[in-house]
Design a protein. Structure first.
Length: 186
């Protein structure tokens, strides 16, 4: 029990350390949006390593063939997360960026409407996929990514985010009963 309490305490203080290194920027990129800036977390060597370790931890014993990173901040930790899980990395990008045939899904962002693309040959039927991004707001981007994965016959086994804006309830729009792992909930 003493050991469990110590582990819980250290997890709590790690989360506090991450929180301290996420900067709140009011009215960016539009009035009324509070932007969560992870550049201090990336710049600090301790939180850079801690974030990687904490993102991987919940999925270490799960079968994951690919981590899918959402453009653009999902590309920062996504490849490292894939390496830590013995998986490959697949980018989902904004329209017009990928060079060969793509599949496309549209979504609503907290600020605007957009669509995302993935290479049509990126996934095979039955592949197990973990979707990763820095932050979940409305969940629109991750939902669009889920649609692309399912369209190609692959399976989303879970979601991984550094930050969740809980008041937007984005996780409600994600694949049913799949784990949504978040390091910092605000
Ligand atoms: P959503 O599709 O609404 O869940 O939005 C998630 C995407 O938009 C992620 O790629 C985030 O990087 C970005 N995003 C949305 N809201 C914010 C915010 N308040 N601060 C930082 N990034 C955000």
């Amino acid at each position: 029990m003493i050991e469990n309490k110590t582990m819980a305490d250290s997890k709590k203080s790690n989360i506090e350390l991450l929180k301290k290194n996420i900067r709140n920027v009011p009215d960016f990129p539009k009035p009324g949006i509070q932007f969560k800036d992870i550049t201090p977390l990336l710049q600090n060597s301790e939180t850079l390593l801690l974030t990687s370790k904490m993102l991987a931890e919940p999925f270490l014993n799960k079968e994951v063939n690919y981590v899918i990173g959402l453009e653009s901040r999902g590309f920062i930790f996504g490849p490292r997360l894939a390496q830590d899980l013995g998986a490959g990395f697949i980018p989902i990008r904004k329209p017009g960026k990928l060079p060969v045939e793509t599949v496309e899904a549209s979504y609503e962002l907290e600020y605007g409407v957009d669509s995302v693309e993935m290479h049509a040959d990126a996934l095979q039927k039955g592949d197990k996929v973990l979707i990763h991004d820095d932050l979940i707001a409305t969940g629109g981007t991750a939902k669009a990514a889920t649609e692309l994965v399912q369209h190609l016959g692959a399976e989303v086994i879970g979601y991984s985010f550094i930050i969740e804006l809980t008041f937007l309830e984005g996780r409600k729009s994600l694949a049913d009963s799949k784990p949504v792992e978040v390091l910092v909930s605000v």
